[in-house]
Design a protein around this ligand. Structure first.
Ligand SMILES: [Zn+2]
Length: 236
């Protein structure tokens, strides 16, 4: 199992690691700060720096075939390191921090709009959730205002781990209809925003919701019977 450093500290911008495998589709390391695409959050980009100073641009990060493995996907034409080599890791922090702010904002959005979540996606510039709700119940101004009121409360976020059995006993924790949290590893990671939200999530979040700054609902669209899409951007 590789050490997923971002799980314990989402603010790590650099680290060192050893190359444990070089494959057609990516480079495997013994530890990483690169988040692999999942849960609606895209994979990180950044660079690996070899001892010689040579830079390997990483375009994307994906989960590997084996449970817990991570593939760092080099940009086209980049050199490949050798297995056993030590490399320095740097993520594209500006992009990741935007993703963390928008991702955490979606947790708040899922509390402001009280309805089952039928889809979602996060990008560096905008994010969205789809709800199984009547269109007439979605008001952009109200959602913007209420989400920003939560952000202004400045609550610190917490990571909590529970067992598969504990999650099984509290199915109400899972708001997403289509995406079930991964079970079978024995324990499930939750994000707690005290007094506001508690739900399974393996993504990267800001330490305090005040860091989101503020959001604005830019669009509400009917994307199908069970998908009413609310799109947000960061206000600043
Ligand atoms: Zn999350």
């Amino acid at each position: 199992m590789i050490d997923l450093l971002f799980r314990d500290d989402a603010y790590l911008k650099s680290a060192t690691a050893r190359v444990i495998g070089v494959h057609e589709h990516g480079i495997e390391l013994d530890r990483t700060i690169f988040y692999p695409m999942g849960g609606g959050q895209p994979g990180d980009s950044g660079i690996l720096i070899r001892d010689s100073g040579e830079r390997i641009e990483i375009a994307d990060t994906r989960k590997g075939e084996l449970h817990g493995s991570v593939y760092h996907v080099p940009a086209p034409g980049m050199p490949r390191p050798q297995a056993g080599e030590l490399v320095s890791l740097e993520i594209d922090w500006v992009r990741r921090y935007s993703l963390m702010r928008l991702h955490t904002a979606l947790h708040l959005l899922s509390c402001v709009v009280v309805a089952p979540v039928s889809g979602g996606n996060i990008g560096p510039d905008k994010a969205r959730l789809d709800f199984d709700i009547d269109m007439s119940l979605l008001d952009a101004e109200r959602i913007t205002r209420e989400t920003n009121t939560l952000i202004a409360s400045g609550v610190a976020t917490e990571t909590v781990w529970i067992t598969d059995e504990e999650l099984e006993a509290q199915p109400e924790l899972v708001k997403t209809m289509s995406v079930q949290p991964p079970r079978g590893a024995g324990r499930v990671r939750l994000l707690r925003i005290p007094g506001i939200d508690l739900q399974p999530c393996g993504g990267t979040h800001v330490g305090n919701i005040a860091e989101i700054g503020g959001i604005r609902v830019t669009r509400i669209r009917n994307e199908g019977k069970r998908n009413k899409r609310v799109e947000i951007v960061l206000a600043s």
